[in-house]
Design a protein around this ligand. Structure first.
Ligand code: SF4
Ligand code: SF4
Length: 140
């Protein structure tokens, strides 16, 4: 399984070699998507963890036992109409019609309410008009 989580850690937890342990002890692939640490050494890490279900759950258990707070990553897709060249490629990939072509005008439009953030459209756009944003509260 593969999942993205936000790990909030304190100054003492930031000293722990958590990425190393997740790889070595739980055989997880760890992809660091974003990291932030303040001068007090508190911060967060946005990681994608991939491995067997058991290893994933054991790895999450390891983080929780350290007292690290975990939250599922909130993601959203943004369509930048200004740089869209209306090529229509994205609409053919989108399984929910969130990106679709209006038949009469042949114009592409985006309906955020229909988007399930599957990511299918992200790589097909020649102008990078479709972007994935991570929503991480800056509370730490
Ligand atoms: S992320 Fe998936 S559902 Fe959302 S617009 Fe792209 S292809 Fe459609
Ligand atoms: S693939 Fe990109 S440029 Fe083409 S219609 Fe979709 S958003 Fe616009």
């Amino acid at each position: 399984m593969k999942n993205r989580v936000v790990c909030y850690f304190s100054a003492s937890q930031s000293e722990q070699p958590i990425v190393y342990q997740l790889i070595k002890n739980y055989d997880l692939v760890v992809n660091i998507l974003k990291a932030n640490i303040n001068p007090q050494k508190e911060g967060y890490l946005v990681v994608e963890l991939e491995g067997s279900k058991k290893n994933y759950e054991d790895g999450i258990g390891y983080l929780k036992n350290l007292g690290i707070e975990l939250e599922p990553l909130s993601e959203t897709v943004v369509w930048e109409e200004d740089i869209c060249i209306q090529c229509g490629a994205c609409a053919s990939f989108c399984p929910t019609q969130a990106l679709s072509i209006e038949r009469e005008s042949m114009m592409v439009s985006f309906d955020n309410c229909k988007c399930v953030v599957c990511g299918m459209c992200l790589d097909c756009c020649p102008t990078r008009a479709i972007k994935l944003y991570f929503e991480v509260p800056e509370a730490v």
